[in-house]
Ligand binder design. Structure first.
Ligand code: BYC
Length: 331
């Protein structure tokens, strides 16, 4: 999708005050920053980190749902789930391509994921033991992802912003298919309703954690807001998600597992209970229920796909040589 011509590019941009002020002025004027434009190294690194982690999240995020493709309860459910999981793979590819425009290669990013240096969203380290988990992921995880990604369509970096437009359209379909699964279960037998409630109980708090630490603990938040990479803070987006999701739960007769959840007339939003940040950091640092299996699955896929990458490279070399020979013969 994007040129890889910048890999290994020189990043020495001569960052004196005038350069930084001129860059900030472009951001403040809502100009899009494009791959060949001069940019502060910190801006480039922040984007490589965020877009890389976002790409990894999409790819690792295929695993919990992929677990249910062979066991979906009907052909219609199977077709929809298969399409959704494929979409997530596509999102990962756009995002890896967008990150490559900043001078990092797919191989480097993958190595960082497999070595544990690069993070991916904490949410994908939880298991999917029942079919209702597939509903809960679509409804809550994709719902949270949309809340976070719609503003990224206005991110100051052009390739990331443009990739997000299609991603968001697809995520909104994902959210609806998840909610529809939950609605069907919630209106089904007592056992089905119980299964839906149990999935909501397990996915609610991890979904709130997807938005990242509180603003007061967010290391990168202020600078990313200033550079208009982020348009809302972690806490602002979390609040919007809670406000949008609580009525959806009420509509299908499920109960949000938070005794402190209460409408606050004055702020025009819900107050909600404290998030378990110890759990969040434990999961982010590799101690979640499925971290080991997720990375093992990615390592296996990367190693088993080596022959495909080698074959594609060999084919490209052959074509290049054939074209060069044909050109010489024609001269
Ligand atoms: N999990 O300073 P902060 C999907 C890290 S997938 C793990 O606030 P920032 C889907 C953070 O990276 C969509 N780590 O950071 C796919 C930082 O550590 P580093 C996934 C987290 O970047 C399949 C540290 O905590 N969406 O939709 O300003 C199926 C301090 O945080 C998390 C994206 O990736 C977390 N939840 O803000 C279904 C969105 N939160 O990097 C669905 C793009 C924070 O210094 N990313 N950390 O080592 C973002 O919008 C931002 O990066 C975040 C964090 C809001 C997540």
């Amino acid at each position: 999708m994007y040129s890889q011509g910048l890999i290994g590019a020189k990043t020495d941009t001569g960052e004196d005050e005038a350069f930084l002020a001129a860059f900030q002025a472009r951001i403040d004027a809502e100009e899009k920053i494009e791959p060949n434009d001069p940019m502060p190294d910190g801006y480039r690194k922040t984007l490589v980190r965020q877009i890389g982690q976002h790409a990894h999240s999409e790819i690792v995020g295929m695993l919990p749902e992929g677990n249910w493709i062979t066991r979906a309860p009907s052909l219609r459910r199977k077709a929809a789930l298969l399409a959704k999981v494929q979409d997530e793979g596509g999102h990962g590819l756009y995002l890896y391509s967008a990150a490559e425009t900043l001078g990092v290669s797919r191989e480097q990013m993958t190595e960082e994921l497999l070595s544990g240096k690069a993070k991916y969203s904490s949410i994908f380290n939880y298991p999917t033991p029942t079919w209702a988990d597939i509903g809960a992921i679509g409804w809550l995880v994709d719902g949270a992802a949309i809340m976070n990604q719609i503003p990224l369509c206005r991110c100051s970096y052009g390739p990331y912003a443009r990739a997000m437009i299609r991603v968001c359209k697809e995520e909104s379909f994902h959210q609806r298919q998840g909610y529809e699964i939950m609605m069907t279960l919630a209106r089904g037998s007592d056992d089905q309703k119980e299964m839906a409630q149990d999935a909501l109980d397990r996915w609610w708090w991890p979904s709130l954690m997807m938005f990242g630490p509180h603003d007061s603990e967010s290391q990168h938040g202020d600078q990313s807001m200033k550079w208009k990479i982020k348009r809302f803070t972690n806490d602002e987006l979390r609040q919007k998600f809670v406000d949008a999701t609580v009525p959806q739960a009420e509509f299908i007769g499920l109960k949000i597992p938070d005794p402190e959840l209460k409408w606050n007339e004055e702020k025009g939003g819900y107050d909600f209970g404290a998030i378990d940040w110890d759990e969040f950091w434990r999961v982010v640092k590799g101690g979640g229920p499925m971290n080991r299996q997720r990375i093992e699955a990615r390592r296996k896929a990367w190693e088993e796909g080596a022959w495909v990458r080698e074959a594609a490279l060999a084919h490209a070399e052959k074509r290049k040589a054939r074209r060069a020979a044909a050109k010489m013969a024609a001269e």
